[in-house]
Design a protein around this ligand. Structure first.
Ligand code: AMP
Ligand code: AMP
Length: 317
């Protein structure tokens, strides 16, 4: 059995972790990125492809694929859900992640405060962030103070969701849900750095939210304790609503306001690029394991332990 992924997003994290645990690895790589990945010494992993969705046509019965942000962005949730690819983690959770109604339902079931959402213009009574549906990485988002302002700023060809704009600090916390060890691990925290919302150099007071990278964040320990509880609550809520066990990395995306109220506006049911800041280790994963532990390696260890327990099947969507 081999571990594979597509060459983007958190591929360096995933492939280096699988190699560190002794797995054979496969990195499905479009031609224009081959040199880049070769420069990290990954020649023996690279499989050249024309486009990312070529993997839907290949025989990957011996490969456990680790899904990341590019799977949904470049291939599409529906195609992945219908495929018989062996995806580590829950395909069901990917489904909940890619549907706004299901997503909100799960966040609420977990007991989290979520920003109000407006389906109808007439209901808007506070500043909002307008999110283009389906797009990823904050493309096309804007903020507006009122319904009439939104009408002026909207692109009529796009569909939007309007959410109460929460003023505060972005905090993205990543977790690992271990089936083999039956525990929830808080893995690390980061801030998604967005242009130009996070830039002080601007003339325009209406920022855009296009993600360019991530910066590491170490939380106040009292706040971290709250996030641990949130992670456990999230896992339990998924279990209850989807009647399935969760396994693998996930992320809860939040904003903390000045009253220390935590609002959750999103989650990801897979590895997020924010974990890239924690190679070779986050403070929390180091304390937990007593040695460098990054998300790619953590995933590989889980796969090996589940193979040893003869229940890897339960962890493949
Ligand atoms: P890429 O292959 O880098 O173009 O990214 C693929 C998908 O993952 C796109 O939808 C990106 O918006 C998203 N993505 C990439 N890097 C990050 C990041 N650091 N944080 C959040 N999303 C990201
Ligand atoms: P999303 O696509 O939902 O992950 O959001 C992308 C970015 O938009 C986030 O990283 C935040 O900077 C911003 N954002 C999303 N939702 C809200 C909200 N309800 N209030 C304020 N900012 C938000």
């Amino acid at each position: 059995m081999k571990i594979g992924t597509i060459a983007s997003h958190s591929a360096l994290n995933i492939i280096s972790g699988a190699k560190a645990e002794g797995f054979d690895t496969l990195l499905y790589c479009p031609q224009n990125r081959v040199k880049f990945y070769q420069s990290f010494g990954l020649d023996d992993s690279i499989v050249e492809i024309e486009s990312f969705d070529d993997i839907l046509k290949m025989d990957l019965s011996e490969v456990v694929l680790i899904p990341h942000g590019s799977f949904v962005a470049h291939i599409g949730a529906q195609k992945i859900l219908k495929s018989d690819l062996k995806i580590f983690g829950s395909k069901e959770l990917l489904k909940w992640e890619s549907n706004r109604d299901l997503k909100t339902k799960l966040l609420k079931e977990a007991g989290f405060a979520v920003p109000r959402e407006f389906l109808d213009f007439g209901e808007i009574d506070c500043p909002v962030i307008a999110k283009t549906n389906g797009a990823a990485g904050g493309d096309g988002y804007f903020i507006a103070e009122s319904a009439s302002e939104i009408e002026k700023m909207m692109n009529p060809d796009l569909q939007y969701t309007f959410q109460e704009f929460v003023v505060g600090t972005k905090v993205f916390v990543t977790y690992f849900q271990s089936m083999a060890k039956e525990r929830t691990e808080v893995f690390g925290a980061d801030i998604r750095y967005e242009t130009d919302a996070d830039s002080n150099l601007r003339f325009n007071e209406r920022p855009s939210f296009v993600v360019v990278g991530n910066v590491p964040l170490v939380l106040r320990e009292s706040i971290l304790a709250k996030y641990y509880d949130m992670g456990v609550a999230f896992v339990n809520a998924f279990h209850k609503l989807a009647q399935q066990k969760m396994v693998g990395p996930f992320c809860i995306e939040t904003i903390i306001d000045k009253n220390k109220q935590i609002y959750s506006f999103e989650f990801s049911g897979r590895i997020v690029a924010g974990t890239n800041v924690w190679i070779p280790s986050s403070p929390y994963s180091y304390v937990q394991f007593g040695e460098p532990m990054w998300m790619g390696r953590r995933i590989a260890i889980e796969i090996r332990e589940l193979v040893e327990q003869e229940r890897l099947d339960q962890a493949l969507g």
